[in-house]
Every structure is written in C-alpha cells, then in structure tokens.
Design a protein around this ligand. Structure first.
Ligand code: MN3
Length: 381
C-alpha cells in the first residue's frame, strides 16, 4: 500500500528534497497535498509532476495565477493559511510532513494530530513554541511524531529496539561558519557570510539560526519534547565534520551513535518509510577518506543564544514561545541588513525580559504571546 503524503512547505529546502525521495520511491509514496507560501512557479511544476489532489498557496494574491495554470488538471486549488490548516485534516492522508518555516507550522500541526495523521516533523519551531501541547496531543490521539531533523533522526535511530532509559544525549553541532570567530569578528559578519553553511544545504532561516547557534538551542528543546528528557540530559557537542549526527548514552555507560555524510534526504526518507529502511543511491561514508573527527564544548560567551534556549526551557510556560518569536523577528531583520549579527542576541534577551510571562499557556496564550513578543522585538530594532 502506498502512503499518502501531504507536504507543507513543498517549495522549501526540505520540501524539494522530500519530493526527490518520493520520486525515487513512487511504489511506496503518493502525494496527496502540496502547500507553499509564495513560490508559485515551483509549486505549479511540482503539481504537474506529482499530480496531488490538492495544492494550496498561502499567499492569496497568487491564487488566480495558480488556478489558471492548473485549470486543465484534476487538482483542487486552494489559498490562504486557513486552507493549509484545513487540508491536513483530509481523510486519505497518512503522513503530514511539516516543512514550513517558523511559527506558521503550529496550527496545521495541531489539526493534523487531532485528525490522527502521523507527523514527519521538520518544523522544529512547532515544538519550541508549544512542545507540551503538541506532545500531549500526540499521545492522546496516538499519533507518532517522526523526526526529520538530522540530529533527532539520529537519536530516534539509536533508540530503535531499546526500552531502557536514556541517561544523556549528545546533540552534535557543526558550530556553523563562525565557530572560530572572535566577538569582534562576529560584530562585523555579513548576511552572505552567515548564509554559507560549511556542511548542510538548508533554507535561509535555519542557516542563520545555525550560524548564531539558535538552531542548536531549538534542537535541544525539540529533543527534550521528542524524547521526554530534562534539559540537563542534553549536552551540545560541537563536531565540525558533521559525520556523527548525534549520540545516546545509556545507564550502563554505553554510547550509541548514528553516522553518515550530511545529506538531509536520509532523515527525510527514514521518517517517511519508518520502520523500514529503503535502498538509496546517496553517497556512502568512506572511513578511509575521513581523516579526523573532533569534538569541542560550545562557547556560550560568544554564542549566547544557546544559553537563552536553556534558560527559556528551564523557565517553561510561554518563554520558549517568546524566544522563538523574538528570533523570527531578528533573523528577518538581519537578512534585511537592519541589525548586526550580535545584536540579534541582545534583542532576544530584552524581549524575553519584557514580554508578559504565562506559566501554563493555552493555545490562545501562545497566539497572544507570539504577537506581543514580535511587537516588542520590532520596537527594540
Ligand atoms: Mn538539525
């Protein structure tokens, strides 16, 4: 039986790589829905190739153009964020791949879980913002959350067949392009330098987050919720070669790691085919070419965002949601050359201090917090 898949964010980096995987395994997967924010031309090409039941464009101004382009095909064309939140509930869908960027992933993910769909989770912000809500909903609805993030996929693979408790997780980080920069150098880096990641090919938002180490902070929070850990059980290890994608240490002292060349198609494919492993033509790791693997402690003096993430998750409540909202604003602002690299952390820190704290937030509180924190961060800029 083929699995019917909805890809939210099909024109982004994860979305296009997911379609590459699906193209190679048409006997296993079928596309039911594709959604995109703005990139209407690519969405049209994808729709023609994969013939989904539904396509949705978030930007409603592009609806007429999309509808016209697909009019001779039996594809339903919808528009707007409400339609994205709606399409995930369609009965035939088996798996929803959440590959959109940022906070916008929250509502569609909630709806998909409530409709009993398996979640292939690439949108880590969903768990950062509302990890407690998402994980409890998933348990309630008996829905699996399959990690697509390479580190969490690694941990998930290390846990295959294990029933014993985790003692600790080593979450590996490449350290990004500025690993060895001094504070003075960091002050002056440009967006083009920040957009060049040494190992991974990803979208702009996550690439900036990687350069600022916010990505690793988010991934620590993501790991906490996915694997039911205390923040103190997650240790970030800088491993610039990105060969070990993360490790699990058990209570008997044994450490299990998952290795591979950095290629996002592997964790995407594993999330979609789980529990099976599918044959791939991805490049193999050659141990004889691999000269060294090195490991360092992260420097939270130069990369303060990592410390903010630990602080946010220890504080709990809506603090991680504030952290995420502030970060989305500063990253967008940095990409428009409005603020410097280190200023991003300064604004995040102040936004965390100034936004109203809610100890036990509901979904509506998250919505309010997101608006308030964005507003405060914008004012600070
Ligand atoms: Mn990652």
């Amino acid at each position: 039986m083929t699995r019917k898949i909805a890809i939210l964010g099909s024109t982004g980096s994860i979305g296009t790589q997911a379609l590459e995987v699906i193209r190679e395994h048409k006997e296993r997967f079928e596309i039911y829905a594709l959604t995109a924010n703005n990139q209407v031309e690519l969405l049209i090409r994808q729709a023609r190739e994969f013939m989904p039941e539904v396509v949705v464009i978030a930007n409603e101004e592009k609806y007429e153009y999309l509808k016209e382009a697909l009019k001779e095909l039996p594809i339903k064309v919808w528009a707007g964020n409400d339609s994205i939140a709606q399409v995930v509930t369609s009965e035939p869908i088996d798996i929803v791949l959440t590959a959109m960027v940022g906070y916008s992933g929250l509502l569609p993910t909630i709806n998909a879980i409530k409709s009993g769909k398996a979640i292939a989770l690439a949108n880590k912000e969903t768990l950062v913002v509302a990890g407690e809500l998402i994980t409890s909903l998933a348990i309630e609805n008996r829905v699996p959350i399959l990690p697509v993030d390479s580190e969490h996929s690694a941990i998930f693979q290390c846990l295959n067949g294990e029933n014993s408790p985790i003692e600790k997780i080593f979450l590996t980080a490449s350290g990004g392009p500025f690993r060895n920069h001094t504070k003075d150098q960091l002050q002056k880096v440009t967006k083009n330098e920040a957009l060049k990641h040494p190992n991974w090919d990803m979208g702009a938002k996550v690439t900036i987050d990687s350069a600022s180490m916010m990505n690793k902070g988010f991934e620590m929070i993501e790991a906490k919720w996915l694997f039911d850990l205390e923040p103190s059980q997650v240790e970030v290890v800088v491993h610039p070669q990105s060969i070990i994608h993360s490790m699990v240490q058990f209570e008997d002292s044994s450490v299990i790691a998952q290795l591979g060349l950095p290629d996002m198609r592997l964790p995407i494919q594993y999330a979609l085919s789980y529990p099976d492993r599918l044959k791939s033509n991805f490049k193999r790791l050659d141990f004889f070419k691999l000269q060294t693997m090195t490991f360092e402690k992260p420097d939270t003096d130069r990369f303060r965002n990592l410390e903010f993430a630990f602080e946010a998750i220890r504080t709990k409540g809506n603090m991680p949601c504030i952290l995420n909202a502030a970060n989305e604003i500063v990253v967008a602002s940095f990409l428009r050359d409005e603020i410097g690299f280190l200023q991003m952390s300064d604004i995040i820190e102040l936004t965390m201090q100034k936004t109203t704290f809610v100890k036990e937030p509901t979904y509506e509180d998250y919505v309010r917090t997101d608006i308030e924190a964005r507003c405060i961060a914008r004012e600070l800029i």
